[in-house]
Structures are given as structure tokens and as C-alpha cells.
Design a protein around this ligand. Sequence first.
Ligand SMILES: [Zn+2]
Length: 241
Amino acid sequence: MSYDVLKNAINSHNNIVFLSGIGFTRELGIPYYTDADEAYDVEKNYRYSPEDLFSSGFYSTRPELFYRYYRERILHLDKQPNEAYYALVRLEQSGKLKAIVTRSIYGMHRLAGNHNVIELYGNIHRNKCIRCGAEHTAAYIKESRGIPKCMYCQGAIRPEVSFYGDMIDNGRITAAAEAISHADMLIVGGTHLEAYLCERFLQYFHGDELALINTEKNYSDRKATITIYDTVSNVLPLVIP
Ligand SMILES: [Zn+2]
């Protein structure tokens, strides 16, 4: 399908919500933690699966190993947003984009400059001392040794991210459902329509245009009114110049 169809649809809608899938961070070279190659490598190096390591159970009972894994495999602090992210910043600045909903914990949309981002699973850049509440940067966690301690009171610091199997914060789910229910256009990028992110929220969408940008085909693609098979970094800068 021609990219102009998507560009024109964006131009003719004024209440757009964007569902940002894992394609966004994969295109930056950040593997999803349960991707096959990543999972294999993790099992080889840590003798546990990513699902085991990135869990509340591990965080509570084996914090040293949890933090070794977290620093080495999750905290990709050298990565920066690319043109796909900046296109969404322009779309928000134009007033058309009302919210971005994402499962990503890397905080890249905020780093790029978007403001209304609903991070369902939290953000690695928020780390709070469970004793005094002081905030610490992800760099502080990355550079610490063993179990990171609060720089003021030596209390434990909890990254404000949901671990594997955790419940998602209800307030965030409500905020996402609310934004989507008011949208006249929904754009899904970097994932397919059966992925958790969509499966959970598509039911709230009552607009007339559902656009999909994804590299791989899926049987659920037919639900979309506009479908483009390409990377978000190729498509978004072209349709949001
Ligand atoms: Zn503290």
C-alpha cells in the first residue's frame, strides 16, 4: 500500500493514538528480552531463562544475580531514539497525536521529547528508594556494584518497572483505554494486531482508521484499514515529515 494513503489519513485525523510495539526498540538494536537468540544467550550465561531472571521472585530472593542480569542485559543506556521517535514528537507538537501507549520500559519516547506517553510497564529511568523515596537515575544503577543502595539512606532501590508476570498498574490501563476510546485514528507500529498491546486495547477503539506498520505479515492484519509492511524508521519520517 502506498505510504501516501497513510500520510493523507494522518492529515485528515486530529485525535490520533499510537500503539508503539517492540519493533521500535529492536530497530535501535535492543533485543526484546524473550527473543529466541537473546533467551539462548541469557540461559547460557546466567543458567536461568529471561522470564526467571526478570521476575519479582528473582528480584526478592536473588537480588545480586537479578542486578547482574539487569545491568548487563536490560540497561542499554548507550542507545538513543532514532527518526521514527522524532516523527512522533512532531506529530504530538502538531496537536494531532494525543497519546502513545507502549509496553517498552526503555523510556525512549520520553527521551525523544514526547510528553503524553503511557508506559504500561514503567520506565528504567525511574528508580525509587523504598525507604526514603529518593529518585535515582538508571546510570546510577548501571554504575553501582552488587545490590544498588540509596545514595542518601542506603535503603534498597526498586526500579519502577513491571517484571515478568507482574500485574500492570490499573491507572495506566485505564488511561490507555480512555485515550483510545476518544481517538478517531489508531496507528499500530512495530507489532501485530494480536500482540498483547493490541489485543487488550483494540476493543476500546471506535474511530474509523486503524493503520498498521509492521515488518512481518500476520493473519490479523485484515482488521487494519491501512497496512504497510516496513520498519517504523522507514515509514514514520516519510508520512510525518
Ligand atoms: Zn533512601
